[in-house]
Design a protein around this ligand. Structure first.
Ligand SMILES: C[S@@+](CC[C@H](N)C(=O)[O-])C[C@H]1O[C@@H](n2cnc3c(N)ncnc32)[C@H](O)[C@@H]1O
Length: 296
């Protein structure tokens, strides 16, 4: 089946240029506060979707196993270098739209700064729900189209798209902002119950970031985050959703499944073979479930 296009980070120095040299200490600290508030500190098996170079992974230290999934192999290589050869971390190169796991495998999942690359976000959320066990927790971050800056720009006629309309806006190729109500609806339809909403990065303004130390600004952001349960005007929104027990599959054993035909796979590195004929290599500790024609 056709899958939506992928925003390709292969070969990107995103972690260094955007985070380490890009003046994003404030945003990183805000996200750390939000994650700490939303994610249970301990747990079993956690799936990190769009893990990138593993910026957030050390924040999941209370989990027995963390599966870092990203379409970009080079991002996963960077993550592996940063995190070291800790057996708790598993690295999987795969497409969010074609997840290579048996149903109901994970007790938890996070998806930070990744939904905004999804041209069919609803489909991605449906697929994520299938990998989650009953009552699993899902922490989702998304870019909010109804943020204060976009509302002001729209009011001053400096922006053509309407921040209040429910559909996503593609403000640059494969970069989407979402209406919070739409994301809530998609989560409900996928079989999640939204439990908590935090608004994050309220002070993402160049001048403020220059004037105040990141730590102070993030502390102030932390005070405002709980207002997310009432209204959402920040550029970034975090939600904690629970997988409703009667709205998804049960775990019946296994770990990996063929993203093509869905059959469970034996974990037999360096090559996982499916009865349908597909083969998936494991190289330097990275399982690779990408389609060859997609550049694998
Ligand atoms: C903006 S980065 C965020 C990385 C990390 N979550 C963070 O916050 O530092 C987005 C990541 O999503 C990954 N990605 C985008 N589309 C994807 C897809 N369809 N399947 C898997 N990963 C995808 C990219 O390769 C990239 O590493």
């Amino acid at each position: 089946m056709e899958t939506p296009p992928i925003c390709n980070y292969e070969g990107s120095d995103y972690q260094t240029s955007f985070w380490e040299k890009g003046g994003r200490a404030y945003e990183d600290a805000c996200e750390a506060i939000a994650l700490k508030r939303l994610l249970p500190p301990e747990g079993g098996r956690l799936l990190e979707l769009g893990a990138g170079a593993g910026r957030n992974t050390p924040r999941y230290r209370g989990y027995r196993q963390v599966v870092l999934l990203d379409y970009s192999r080079t991002q996963l290589e960077q993550a592996r270098q940063r995190l070291g050869d800790d057996g708790r971390y598993w690295y999987v190169a795969a497409d969010v739209y074609r997840l290579p796991f048996v149903p109901a495998l994970f007790d938890g999942a996070t998806m930070i700064r990744t939904l905004h690359h999804m041209a069919d976000a609803r489909r991605a959320l449906d697929g994520i729900r299938r990998t989650l066990a009953p009552d699993a927790v899902f922490i989702l971050e998304f870019a909010n189209k109804k943020n204060l800056k976009s509302i002001l720009r729209y009011a001053l006629r400096r922006q053509s798209w309407n921040p209040f309309s429910p559909e996503p806006v593609e403000f640059a190729a494969l970069n989407f902002d979402f209406h919070p109500a739409t994301v809530r609806t998609w989560l409900n339809l996928a079989g999640f119950a939204v439990q908590r909403t935090l608004t994050v990065s309220h002070f993402r303004v160049g001048l403020l970031k220059k004037l105040l130390p990141a730590r102070i600004l993030a502390g102030l952001d932390g005070l405002l985050q709980p207002t997310g349960s009432l209204f959402q005007l920040s550029p970034s929104v975090f939600v904690r959703a629970r997988a409703l027990p009667d709205k998804g599959p049960q775990y019946t054993g296994g770990f990996f499944a063929c993203p093509d035909c869905g059959k469970a796979l034996e974990d037999t590195p360096p090559l996982l073979r499916c009865a349908c004929g597909r083969e998936y290599p494991v190289q330097d500790g990275i399982y690779d479930f990408r389609l060859k024609q997609e550049g694998a």
